[in-house]
Design a protein around this ligand. Structure first.
Ligand code: 5GP
Ligand code: ZN
Length: 105
């Protein structure tokens, strides 16, 4: 989607370093980390939020959370999905936060 920062990042348009990538999603560091480790799992498909997300896609994204935490040896972590402005969502392209260590969220 035009003018969507996470579409641009997940397309590779901004040269962002990916910690993980497959056909479904990319994972990269949050630009404004709210913990020692703060990663974002972002689907390549533009989906606005969890309300618009299929069960199949959220299942794939959660399994990517598991893969990445194993890959990065992150044993204790919090996952967050903000859905809607009132809940604090700022980027309206679905993403799962992975936070670990000194979480300020
Ligand atoms: P939300 O509040 O929508 O759940 O979270 C959006 C997150 O995206 C925020 O934690 C914010 O710091 C992060 N973010 C916003 N723009 C960018 C960007 O251009 N690059 C990266 N790496 N993270 C971003
Ligand atoms: Zn998008």
């Amino acid at each position: 989607m035009e003018d969507c920062i996470f579409c641009k990042i997940s397309n590779g348009d901004l040269g962002t370093e990916f910690i993980y990538e497959d056909e479904t999603a990319v994972v990269f560091k949050d630009i404004n980390p709210k913990a020692d480790i703060h990663l974002l799992v972002v689907p390549k498909e533009h989906v606005q939020d969890l309300n618009e997300c299929s069960a199949e896609l959220i299942g794939k994204l959660m399994s990517i959370v598991k893969k990445v935490t194993v890959q990065e040896n992150i044993k204790s972590f919090r996952t967050v999905i903000n859905t809607g402005k009132d809940a604090g969502q700022e980027v309206f392209h679905l993403h799962i936060h992975i936070l670990s260590g000194n979480i300020k969220f």
